[in-house]
Design a protein around this ligand. Structure first.
Ligand SMILES: Nc1ncnc2c1ncn2[C@@H]1O[C@H](COP(=O)(O)OP(=O)(O)OP(=O)(O)O)[C@@H](O)[C@H]1O
Ligand SMILES: [Mg+2]
Length: 218
């Protein structure tokens, strides 16, 4: 970013300094390459960890994250509410990675409400059984929201609107969820704010997807 601003200044001068601008662009390219190396490595890490999956209770994982964020939530005057379904089957997953996803979504929600002064700052974390063989987790905020045309772009690495942001939270979160055979998406709320949702397959005992369960004739 610093190099890009420098480059801009070199070009905007009455007599543009092309040598300096070229050097700045070289540094931008170098940093960009370095950054994409970092992402490849993180992706590889996420993929490798997929052998570490354990049987886990997603509600419990969510409660631990909520406890962890209590300080930040309180400092930001956010009302955190949890609505957890009691009948959720266990799933196979990497607890730490899935908690990292939930943490990213909660922190994004809190940050999206930082400038909200004219309405309650509410964060709702929900779990639900979904489509008979999946679990759905939703994190809903009443923050500044996202333009509908950006709702896919926000998942791109380095997409950020925050001065201190890296733009990595959602990109990594999506990699993690997809690595668990699930999906992560965002929906603009009818009122203010956004709801992030992910669906993960529950643990199936014995059955595989290409084997019809039971074997009764149609
Ligand atoms: N709950 C939300 N409400 C509104 N905008 C959001 C929300 N969550 C994410 N965004 C938008 O998506 C962008 C990307 O989010 P992401 O978590 O990937 O990166 P970040 O929060 O900017 O930085 P970091 O890498 O530190 O997480 C944010 O900068 C913001 O513009
Ligand atoms: Mg983030």
């Amino acid at each position: 970013m610093t190099n890009a601003s420098a480059c801009r200044r070199w070009l905007a001068a009455a007599t543009p300094n092309l040598d300096e601008a070229r050097d700045a662009v070289d540094r931008i390219l170098r940093d960009g390459n370095r950054a994409s190396d970092v992402i490849s490595r993180i992706r590889a890490l996420v993929r490798k960890a997929d052998e570490e999956k354990e049987r886990l209770d997603i509600n419990h994982a969510m409660q631990e994250v909520a406890a962890l964020t209590q300080g930040e939530v309180g400092r930001n005057r956010v009302a955190l509410r949890m609505d957890l379904a009691t009948d959720i089957p266990p799933l196979l997953g990497d607890r730490v990675q899935l908690q990292q996803v939930i943490l990213n979504l909660v922190m994004n929600g809190v940050e999206a409400m930082a400038s909200v002064a004219d309405r309650p700052r509410e964060l709702l974390i929900r779990s639900r059984q979904h489509e008979s063989d999946k679990v759905l987790v939703a994190v809903r905020d009443s923050g500044i929201g996202i333009d509908r045309q950006n709702i896919e772009e926000i998942f791109n690495a380095f997409y950020t609107t925050k001065s201190q942001g890296m733009g990595m939270g959602l990109a990594i979160s999506r990699s993690i969820i997809e690595n668990h055979g699930g999906r992560l998406w965002a929906v603009a709320n009818d009122g203010s704010g956004v709801t992030f949702e992910f669906a993960l397959p529950v643990e199936t005992i014995g059955a595989t997807s290409n084997q019809p369960a039971g074997g009764f004739p149609e």
